[in-house]
Write a protein that binds this ligand. Structure first.
Ligand code: SF4
Length: 369
């Protein structure tokens, strides 16, 4: 039961809830008050950007209530029908599951990988000459316990690609992966991080498009309280305008990244880096750059502040420059290039911005040298 409660998005947990015969309407009744409180906490935790802490349940009843709070929290999120909330919720649930996963044994991790469509594959026959010997440990050994951590997980390249898309860090780029026979080797922590992304997708599935009226809902008061909290987070950090910066001058790549950020998408590392350097270079204040990240699901005030300060040189010796178009292309973030981008001389997003800012604006026929 404890395991089901820790991973309520998995098939066996869903089966248990179904088998319990408890419907959402029954969970909304008075005698399920504890489940309702836990469900509301789950949603509020997501809005607060919290998550990642391992859930500790000390009794069977606690596990049962915690497990039941998951479908109810999904019901709350779906009823509110807010796109940002759906992203934040799935992110928080996945982060919390990850907090538990790091303590699990290999058998359970392997089973979960199967269920989440991220199965561990058999190692390729040849692991390459430069591959260091891999310590294999016995099935079921607990990392951090008495034995060495198992370090190798082989996953298919096609399973890897869609999941790594929203993970920050150059170490996730395909170019930096050891690929043999279509398989990628990951250490345990990277495999679990990938699994976290798979969980996020699983949690998010089925939440959109179910919005319904709140008035008359048995949880009308909590739902309204959650809505107020949700609006407060959005308002607090909303990038209402870009000051003197005209959005139409932004190159398509930056416009797309900014849009993703404002829509509550997690940004890959390259995208985040490019957005910060770009906005900084065109003169946006650190405060407004900070606000432009406020809706990303993995938003953590102190971390975002640190990253911005580091990239802009406020807290480091280096003030980083905006990456060139070539770098943006190789990082897969040259989004929606338009006819201006197709010009032979268009090699930098800043060039695009400057040209668009010229009096009379650039039109395709303009003779720009
Ligand atoms: S060509 Fe350059 S400016 Fe245009 S979208 Fe790609 S990276 Fe951005």
């Amino acid at each position: 039961m404890n395991i089901l409660a820790r991973y309520p998005f998995l098939g066996p947990a869903r089966e248990w809830v179904k088998g319990s015969g408890l419907t959402i309407s029954q969970m909304l009744s008075r005698d399920q008050e504890k489940v309702q409180i836990l469900a509301r906490n789950r949603v509020e935790r997501a809005i607060d950007g919290a998550g990642g802490e391992r859930e500790v349940m000390s009794s069977l009843e606690e596990s049962r209530e915690y497990l039941l709070s998951y479908p109810l929290s999904r019901y709350l999120v779906a009823t509110l029908g807010d796109e940002n909330l759906i992203k934040w919720f799935s992110h928080a649930e996945a982060e919390t599951a990850h907090g538990s996963l790091v303590h699990e044994d290999e058998d359970l991790i392997r089973e979960m990988g199967e269920e989440l469509d991220l199965p561990e594959r058999d190692p390729p026959e040849s692991q390459g000459d430069d591959t260091p010997a891999i310590p294999r440990v016995t099935k079921g050994i607990r990392p951090g316990g008495s034995g060495p951590e198992r370090v190798d997980y082989w996953v298919s390249f096609t399973d890897y690609l869609p999941l790594k898309r929203h993970i920050s860090g150059a170490e996730w780029d395909l170019i930096n992966q050891p690929i043999i026979d279509g398989l990628i080797r990951l250490n345990r922590s990277r495999y679990l991080r990938l699994m976290q992304e798979a969980i996020k997708i699983r949690v998010e599935d089925g939440l959109a498009g179910k919005e319904s009226r709140i008035r008359g809902n048995p949880m009308e008061d909590p739902l309204n309280a959650i809505r107020i909290k949700l609006d407060a987070r959005k308002k607090r950090y909303e990038a209402k305008d870009l000051g003197k910066i005209t959005v139409t001058r932004l190159p398509p790549c930056i416009r797309q990244i900014l849009g993703m950020s404002q829509a509550g998408e997690n940004l890959p590392h390259h995208a985040r880096f490019s957005l910060v350097t770009f906005l900084h270079t065109i003169g946006m204040s650190r405060e407004n750059i900070f606000k432009s990240f406020a809706r990303t699901p993995d938003f953590k005030e102190d971390i975002v502040q640190y990253q911005i300060d580091h990239i802009t040189g406020a807290s480091s010796a280096t003030e980083y420059s905006v990456p060139s178009c070539e770098t943006m292309k190789s990082g897969g973030i040259c989004f929606n290039p338009d006819p201006l981008c197709e010009k032979e001389w268009m090699t930098h997003p800043m060039t695009y911005y400057k040209i668009k800012g010229r009096k009379g604006r650039y039109r395709p026929k303009d003779n720009v040298s």
